[in-house]
Design a protein around this ligand. Structure first.
Ligand code: NAD
Ligand code: UFG
Length: 339
């Protein structure tokens, strides 16, 4: 298959790119490198021993997107590109709607121009808001409390509307829970710019000595140890789900959502303890105030993905922490060249 990967230079994109290449597909990456560096893709080339095309392309530029998509003529698109920081989305909502929603509208026009009917879309468990019940199934009501989440919801709705209007259109909407970890080589991994928003890169940067302490955002939630509970999923399991979703698009029609999670909750304190064990490092932490907008618990019912995509998560917390540590320890400053 000819597969276009938008946002393929990013964290989830590089790991997925590697597995899509390993599955034998021809790939082209579109990315504007606004939150990534070309180094990750260079490393994927070396690891995979395969080549792929890369176009420095901004999804906001519809004309060039249409031309370049027609040039590559994809059979399917995996659509990662977008902005993803919840807090920033509250400060800069228009940027989020422009990059995420308008960018996706442009991409859907470009796919139409290139006669491509299949898309695998990066959605998020954020579309469930503060859940009514756990574990969360795909039929749980959809809602959101911030512009980032609403951008994902709008895109999901557009994909469902498009599928209703075009019988040949197929969209696999993948709702990620909390992706963490890195490729086992330690060559590619999560490399956030500035202070990490998310727990795992924060723990990894404290473990490697880049930051002093992990702030635990609240220990008075209604959870077993009072700290937030999430469904952490290894990035390689997540990447493998995209290969399964690509296959699924080949013999299904319509828009269908799939939860991608392990199906088990892990607390902040459990994660810190598991990382300390995997790294052999002390992870200093202190209890801080709750973070605005956070929920107590969120974990998936991944039954549908198992039944319909033939996919389930295989890697556990120890592998998530060990691979994340291997990446951080080998690349203390991420993809930045050593000073
Ligand atoms: P990332 O920032 O590492 O990757 C996104 C990539 O998209 C980057 O390389 C960035 O340069 C590119 N990009 C952004 N705007 C663009 C534009 N207008 N045109 C072209 N390229 C653009 O993020 P990630 O963690 O790899 O996430 C990938 C996708 O998965 C995002 O859509 C994100 O919302 C979604 N997601 C991520 C998580 C997570 O925890 N990482 C959870 C749920 C959903
Ligand atoms: N946490 C800390 N300290 C930190 C960072 C996080 O205690 O420095 C806690 C949070 O309070 C939460 C847990 O660790 O209890 C996980 O937080 P993350 O920021 O890693 O992940 P979230 O579940 O809050 O957010 C993630 C994505 C969002 C997405 C959301 C729902 O980052 O983009 O999942 O899918 F919207």
């Amino acid at each position: 298959m000819r597969v276009l990967i938008t946002g393929g230079a990013g964290y989830l994109g590089t790991h997925t790119l590697l597995q899509v290449l390993a599955a034998g597909h021809e790939v082209c990456v579109f990315d504007n490198l606004s939150n990534s560096s070309p180094e990750g893709m260079e490393r994927v080339k070396a690891l995979s021993n395969r080549t792929f095309e890369f176009r420095n392309t901004d999804l906001r530029d519809r004309e060039s997107l249409i031309e370049r998509t027609k040039d590559f003529a994809p059979d399917a698109v995996i659509h990662f590109a977008g902005l993803k920081a919840v807090g920033e989305s509250v400060e800069k909502p228009l940027e989020y709607y422009e990059n995420n929603v308008q960018g996706t509208i442009n991409l859907l026009y470009a796919m139409e121009a290139a006669n491509c009917q299949n898309i695998v879309f990066s959605s998020s468990a954020t579309v469930y808001g503060d859940p009514d019940f756990l574990p969360i199934t795909e039929d749980h009501p959809l809602r959101s409390t911030n512009p980032y989440g609403r951008s994902k919801l709008h895109i999901e709705e557009m994909l469902r509307d498009l599928a209703a209007s075009k019988p040949e259109f197929t969209a696999a909407i993948l709702r990620y829970f909390n992706p963490v970890g890195a490729h086992k080589s330690g060559q590619i991994g999560e490399d956030p710019m500035g202070i990490p928003n998310n727990l795992m890169p924060m723990i990894a940067q404290v473990a490697v000595g880049r930051r002093e302490v992990v702030k635990v955002f609240g220990n008075d939630y209604d959870t077993p140890d009072g700290t937030g509970v999430r469904d952490y999923i290894h990035v390689n399991d997540l990447a493998r789900a995209h290969v399964a979703a690509l296959d699924w698009t080949q013999d299904h029609k319509g828009a269908r959502a799939f939860n991608l999670g392990v199906g088990q909750g892990v607390s902040v304190l459990e994660m810190i303890e598991a990382f300390a064990k995997a790294s052999g490092r002390d992870i200093p932490f202190e209890i801080a105030a709750r973070r605005a907008g956070d929920i107590a618990s969120c974990y998936a019912d991944p039954t549908r993905a198992r039944a319909e995509l033939g996919w389930s998560a295989e890697l556990g917390l120890d592998e998530m922490c060990a691979s994340s540590w291997n990446w951080q320890d080998s690349n203390p400053r991420g993809y930045e060249p050593d000073a």
